[in-house]
Design a protein around this ligand. Structure first.
Ligand SMILES: [Zn+2]
Length: 167
């Protein structure tokens, strides 16, 4: 529904002439894509919602895993493991923050996300190389399960088609 431009009576949105006073109504065809566009601009595209939700879930899992590492680290009094666990928690929290900003369609979310993910990926690679002396399977598993998806997500977020939705 809209109102007639002449007599202000409520009339159907698609009518060309007002049924009350006969005044010609402005064309709606130009306005319809505008409203659709505005709606599209108001909420983030599905791809960003999917990526951000997966990112937040993965990061929450990362925090849980790091806390377990931390407990393990406390038990063994291994400072390097404890420091790594703190890095995982901090980078996971930063990653979630970045994902939330991206859900709000803010480009700074992508930058925050990228900084924390680069630190996270570097830490996992460093940890995997430290493990590789003792356990080659564990270090390759770390690379496959944590580094590969992280790099894949970074690439996806930086794709022009996805990045263009962030301001
Ligand atoms: Zn009218």
């Amino acid at each position: 529904m809209k109102n007639c431009i002449a007599c202000n009576q409520p009339i159907a949105a698609e009518v060309k002439f007002c049924p009350h006073c006969g005044a010609k109504q402005p064309s709606q065809t130009a306005n319809i894509p505008n409203t659709a566009e505005q709606e599209a601009q108001a909420k983030p595209p599905t791809i960003i919602i999917i990526l951000a939700v997966l990112t937040i879930c993965g990061s929450l899992f990362g925090i849980g895993r790091a806390l377990l590492y931390d407990l393990f680290g406390s038990a063994t009094n291994d400072d390097s493991i404890r420091i790594r666990a703190i890095i995982y928690v901090v980078t996971s929290v930063g990653t979630i923050l970045g994902a939330v900003f991206m859900l709000l369609k803010q480009r700074k979310g992508l930058y925050i996300y990228t900084v924390f993910q680069v630190i996270y990926i570097a830490t996992v690679i460093y940890a995997a190389s430290a493990h590789s002396h003792k356990d080659e399977n564990l270090s390759s598993a770390m690379l496959v399960f944590f580094v590969v998806p992280a790099i894949l997500f970074l690439i996806l977020y930086w794709l022009k088609d996805i990045r263009k939705h962030l301001k």
